[in-house]
Design a protein around this ligand. Structure first.
Ligand code: ADP
Length: 368
């Protein structure tokens, strides 16, 4: 009997050991770095890929608290910080982590799984450990980088010939070069429209490449909100005149200066006015309102155009998104660039709209 029990015991232990070995081999052969912690945040397993990028050996890590390891290794510190988020779900995706290992730069997307179980007889789940997986996204990042570079170069190269087309158009319009008949003048006007549209798109693409490469260069200084609005109205004047749209400004007697990047904020306000004009009916009014509230200046642009349905309100700030059925030409980039520019300055951009009743876009920026 004792002999049989011993045999049974041994077979169970050896089966468990075999299973353990199998899981260890599996984790070790994964091409992505993986490490596991127990409920006290002590390292219980770590694979070769993780050791490689951490530049440590297994003995130094196993059974050691992640808080201790963080003191000697910056990458461990970055991983430790992500576990402290008291969540039992997968952490939302963030910017990839850049790591310099094996003489090259690599990018990893971090995923933290908080493992919980429901112990037998109990009603509440309990966290029993955490698994950190670093997904190597270097290859995608490199392709993305090449694409961003390509777009930046092309849009930059296109700017010069488009500017020269615009200059030639101006010369052709000059009576000293010769008089044009009505048909020719109309043709010239439509070439001018197309050239302006091309210039707008190349400008937007250049902005987006700046954002994608994380290169938004801000030059923050005290800016007069009135000047921003005057600049934007001037830039859109011809477009508004063509549709017989006028601007009406409502402002308090005094308004504070704001902390902003002049050029980028002027770009945003111009883009909002341009949208208000493009998506409004002819012969209407676009209202621009300035307000000051809680140490912030609010600049609102209200049109009486077609409005935006509730299901699209969140999406219109996404890159390349255009409300289905939008007939006007456009790239779907203007609002996403505006959001990035305003948020980079610590501000906010929002929309209120009712279908058929126009839209109000509001930019909030901090006062000086
Ligand atoms: P674009 O206008 O170049 O397409 P935007 O990013 O500026 O790009 O706008 C995204 C989409 O949001 C537009 O295609 C349009 O469908 C919608 N939109 C933007 N502004 C307005 C507005 N004032 N009224 C109605 N729809 C708008």
């Amino acid at each position: 009997m004792a002999e049989k029990l011993e045999e049974y015991n041994n077979s169970n232990v050896s089966q468990l050991l075999f299973e353990k070995k199998r899981i260890e081999t599996l984790i070790n052969n994964m091409s992505d770095p993986v490490l596991g912690l127990d409920e006290d945040k002590k390292v219980i397993f770590i694979n070769q890929e993780a050791l490689k990028i951490l530049n440590m050996n297994e003995g130094e890590c196993i059974n050691n608290f992640i808080s201790n390891l963080s003191l000697k290794n910056d990458l461990f510190k970055l991983l430790a910080d992500s576990i402290d988020i008291e969540e039992t779900i997968i952490e939302p995706k963030k910017q990839p982590i850049k790591i310099f290992a094996n003489n090259k730069e690599s990018y990893f997307e971090k995923e933290v799984l908080h493992i919980s179980i429901l112990p037998t007889g109990e009603e509440e789940t309990r966290i029993v450990g955490h698994v950190i997986i670093l997904r190597n996204v270097t290859e995608y990042k490199e392709v993305d980088f090449a694409k961003t570079n390509f777009i930046a170069t092309i849009s930059h190269e296109l700017k010069t010939p488009i500017a020269s087309i615009k200059m030639s158009l101006q010369l052709l319009n000059n009576n000293r070069i010769g008089n044009l008949n009505e048909d020719q003048t109309q043709l010239l006007a439509s070439i001018k429209d197309d050239a302006n549209r091309l210039l707008k798109i190349t400008g937007e693409l250049l902005n987006i490449t700046q954002i994608e490469s994380g290169n938004i260069q801000l030059s923050i200084m005290p800016v007069d909100p009135d000047e921003l609005i005057n600049y934007a109205i001037n830039a859109i004047k011809t477009q508004a005149d063509n549709k017989e749209i006028r601007f009406e400004i409502n402002r308090p007697e005094v308004i504070s200066m704001i902390h902003a990047d002049n050029e980028k904020t002027a770009w945003v306000i111009t883009n909002l006015l341009s949208n208000a004009v493009r998506y409004s009916h002819e012969n209407s009014v676009v209202y621009i309102t300035l307000k000051e509230e809680n140490e912030q200046v609010l600049i609102s642009v209200r049109d009486s155009g077609m409005g935006i349905a509730p299901e699209y309100k969140d999406k219109i700030f996404n890159r390349y998104f255009r409300v289905p059925g939008t007939r006007k030409e456009g790239s779907g980039l203007g609002l996403s660039i505006s959001k990035e520019f305003i948020e980079a300055q610590g501000g906010e951009i929002s929309i209120e709209s009712e279908i058929g009743n126009g839209s109000i876009f509001t930019v909030k920026l901090n006062v000086v």
